[in-house]
Design a protein around this ligand. Structure first.
Ligand SMILES: [Zn+2]
Length: 460
């Protein structure tokens, strides 16, 4: 009989491991922070467990890995959803962001972390403002996170007027803040928190700032996190200024490599995708935002090039189940092929695939002995999931984030009965609700259409 700290039981175990299919009647044994065993349930008495969770009516799967997100971005919920990417960024987000304080980002991050945990996300790769404040919440709530400060040197609010004046001092200051963040937080919370250098986007940093960010990331031994080919405004700006696509541009600057996470690639050309493949840079694909913006990235061409790719949630919406289904639906509609992107592959891309994207696939992304114990329990004892036959399709096509009832990260229970165990979620909700009238007023001053609804005379 072996001693373990935590024993997790489920009717079905989805290891998402190459060597192991779905297991009916599975268990995961956890010692300290790591998985000791994952497989068919052993006879009673095989383990002496500190605690047992799960059981009948539960499915066990790896926690979702979120390869690209902005945890505190929920301030923009319902404010950009009818916009093209360019307008969402240039007209609303970029003009609002500059006046949001670190204190406000901190309380938004608190609620955002609760949202991530409830959605079954166990690891995030975040680039945003006030990274220290997000890190403090992550440390407390038990999430695993890679975090980067948002580095840029333009006046984001001026981009809508075509003003791309680069201010070197602003860029240096924001990069220095990013470096300080990594120095303080990389490896913190017993390794749950790691840092990245976040060069916001191809067009919002001057070439010198992109190179400087690359130098700092290499010196610190961390990766880069960059938005690339996200909007038409960005790609047109890069082509006008540099005569090539955004990814060709980053490659020619010497910025790209296997430690670079590229978000979006929505407007990437063949030459751009070849640049990504040549350099080994990795791709975070965020399936829920693209249909909303009316343009879906060429995921089939990206996968055909063997570019390492996984899913993220980007901003405002954090349901991985919705994301997997959006990806499958979009690919099938795009290609007219119902076999495009099957559900096992979709689950892989939000777990192992996303873990590869952020360079943590040796530690997380699947349930295998030796890996970190990051897993979730899904309540499959719900009417809309019956009869539950146990296939990937049973979970990926039919389950929702609201069925995630337990989350274990680093061997610790951080979500129980569907509620974060280490966050005061009611207080976080109340804090956000208390600020909402002020945010509404500020958004109204920007003319944000969704404050009143489409069709309003004040609309952008
Ligand atoms: Zn993003």
């Amino acid at each position: 009989m072996d001693d373990v700290d935590l024993l997790v039981h489920g009717d079905f175990l989805y290891p998402v491991s190459d060597g192991m299919p779905i297991v009916a009647g599975g268990e995961v044994a956890i010692a300290d922070t790591r998985i000791l065993y994952a497989g068919p349930r052993k006879p009673d008495g095989s383990w002496r467990a500190g605690r047992v969770v799960g059981g009948a009516g539960k499915a066990i799967l790896p926690g979702f890995v979120n390869a690209h997100c902005h945890t505190a971005s929920l301030i923009f919920r319902s404010q950009t959803d009818d916009h093209a990417a360019r307008s969402a960024l240039f007209d609303v987000a970029f003009r609002m962001e500059k006046d949001v304080s670190d204190e406000e980002w901190a309380l938004l991050a608190e609620l955002g972390c609760a949202d991530m945990l409830r959605a079954g996300v166990t690891a995030i790769n975040d680039i945003w403002y006030a990274p220290h404040r997000l890190a403090e919440t992550v440390e407390r709530c038990g999430l695993r996170a890679q975090i980067a400060n948002k580095v840029f040197d333009v006046r984001l609010e001026a981009l809508r007027d075509g003003d791309y004046a680069h201010d070197a001092a602003r860029g240096e200051r924001r990069l220095r803040d990013g470096v300080d963040f990594v120095a303080r937080w990389h490896g913190a919370a017993a390794g749950r928190i790691t840092g990245r250098i976040g060069a916001h986007a191809t067009d919002t940093c001057a070439p010198e700032l992109h190179r400087a960010a690359r130098v700092e990331a290499t010196r610190l031994g961390v990766g880069l996190h960059i938005h690339a080919a996200q909007s038409l405004g960005e790609t047109e700006q890069i082509r006008a200024a540099h005569g090539c696509g955004p990814l060709e541009y980053l490659r020619d600057l010497g910025v790209l490599g296997p430690d670079v996470v590229l978000a979006h690639l929505t407007y990437a050309t063949d030459a751009d995708l070849d640049a990504v493949r040549e350099t080994g840079a990795r791709y975070a694909h965020c399936p829920t935002i693209y249909p909303r913006r009316g343009r879906y990235p060429r995921l089939e061409d990206i996968l055909a090039r063997d570019i390492v790719a996984g899913f993220g949630t980007d901003w405002m919406m954090n349901d991985p189940f919705e994301g997997m289904r959006n990806a499958m639906n979009a690919m099938r509609l795009r290609l007219g092929d119902p076999s495009a992107l099957d559900c096992a592959r979709a689950l892989w891309m939000h777990t192992m695939g996303a873990a590869r994207v952020i360079g943590l696939d040796a530690e997380i992304g699947s349930l295998e002995p030796g890996k970190k114990a990051d897993l979730i329990l899904v309540d499959i004892d719900r009417p809309h999931l019956q009869p539950y036959y146990g296939a990937y399709a049973a979970l990926v096509y039919y389950a929702r984030a609201s069925e995630v009832v337990t989350s274990v990260i680093d061997g610790q229970i951080v979500l129980e009965d569907g509620r974060p165990t280490r966050l005061d979620e009611p207080a976080a909700r109340a804090a956000v609700a208390g600020r909402t009238p002020d945010w509404r007023r500020r958004l109204e001053m920007l003319g944000s259409r969704a404050v009143f609804g489409p069709g309003c005379a004040c609309c952008l």
